[in-house]
Design a binder for this molecule. Sequence first.
Ligand SMILES: Nc1nc2c(ncn2[C@@H]2O[C@H](COP(=O)(O)OP(=O)(O)OP(=O)(O)O)[C@@H](O)[C@H]2O)c(=O)[nH]1
Ligand SMILES: C[S@@+](CC[C@H](N)C(=O)[O-])C[C@H]1O[C@@H](n2cnc3c(N)ncnc32)[C@H](O)[C@@H]1O
Ligand code: SF4
Ligand code: SF4
Length: 370
Amino acid sequence: MPALAQEEDTIAILPQSVKSRAQVLLQSARIAAIDEERPFSPILTDNFARQHTYLRISLTEKCNLRCTYCMPAEGVELSPKDNILTTPEIIRIARLFVSEGVTKIRLTGGEPTVRKDINDLVAQLGELQPLGLKTIAMTSNGIALKRKLPSLVASGMNLLNLSLDTLDRFKFELMTRRKGFERVMETIDDALALGMSPVKVNCVVMRGTNDKEVLDFVEFTRNKKVDIRFIEYMPFGGNKWKENKLVPYQELIENIRAVHPTFKKLTDDPNDTSKAFHVPGFAGQVGFITSMSDHFCGTCNRLRITADGNLKVCLFGNTEVSLRDMMREGKTDEELRQVIEMAVKNKKKQHAGMSNLVNMKNRPMILIGG
Ligand SMILES: Nc1nc2c(ncn2[C@@H]2O[C@H](COP(=O)(O)OP(=O)(O)OP(=O)(O)O)[C@@H](O)[C@H]2O)c(=O)[nH]1
Ligand SMILES: C[S@@+](CC[C@H](N)C(=O)[O-])C[C@H]1O[C@@H](n2cnc3c(N)ncnc32)[C@H](O)[C@@H]1O
Ligand code: SF4
Ligand code: SF4
């Protein structure tokens, strides 16, 4: 982008301490410069007129934590190594979806940062910006991210969601079956210091485990510009979900309003997974991801690629199609497009409802990626 070339040269000679921050700002300028008006392809439009502009790509089935709500205690059966998408395959898929109108790619897992070539992969995704990719996002548990964060930001990652379910280090070990609380807290501060904005923090709320910490998390937003998102606990393969562990978001709002009567609704972005609120005067925000008590399927713009290469059109749908196999059989992009279009057109209007989801066969969450 010639208009920004001069700024790029200037950043190159900045001292390291301000370089990353300047790179974030330049990234935003690049995104703003991408033409907003490009036409949207019918291939990613479903039968309910939902345009899928957001692709979640899972990079690995492995993880350095073992969160109780995400995977069974005994672990999950991993795919053979050769079944996991290679970086060229991921980039081919990403390029194809971006050429059809995807503007946002979120990298997830498992834990995306355990993938060895993560930096190179993000840099290659960055090369899709001129095609229309605006956002390269990641959802991470923040354990291995701390060290990698500056280089990932320099490579083009411009949106970060971190997962943290408790502000108590002992409970952290209980919920994740591993140590690492301090590291995640440091990663949140590092991301803020790098100028990432917003830094979203995902917190799965489970009754009897961390639900009493909700007010502490709200307090966390007083001076930190973070967006805490309370997620309703969802059922997946092997997570032994029980309805009595779910805390509907309306209950959380009541509890928060009892202490902060001014707790106020904010305007949501059109396709947001979360309902945004804040305590006036606090630096950060609070959101609720209400998949169970008040689904948001009507505005769904998300598709998923699993680490083993399946296109999964709905988080709670168990129909999948292997793009990996098609690529390895030498199919053309046109042939891939036809299969993608068919899968998108078969996407259901909404998920099956809480009582049906419990008994539905689905992957464990760690093999989906959220
Ligand atoms: N039901 C449902 N839940 C979703 C969907 N996308 C994400 N989530 C859940 O939302 C929670 C947070 O997910 P993230 O990985 O942070 O992604 P996100 O909410 O799309 O993040 P933003 O892009 O920052 O809005 C996780 O528990 C996801 O499983 C979706 O399409 N449907
Ligand atoms: C599967 S993780 C993958 C990315 C990364 N390892 C992390 O934890 O951020 C993606 C998101 O899904 C959320 N999640 C996992 N299991 C969940 C469940 N049963 N209900 C609701 N959210 C869940 C996690 O809290 C995390 O924010
Ligand atoms: S939620 Fe994320 S960090 Fe926790 S086990 Fe699942 S994939 Fe790993
Ligand atoms: S449950 Fe399926 S349709 Fe509903 S928002 Fe999630 S991915 Fe979209």
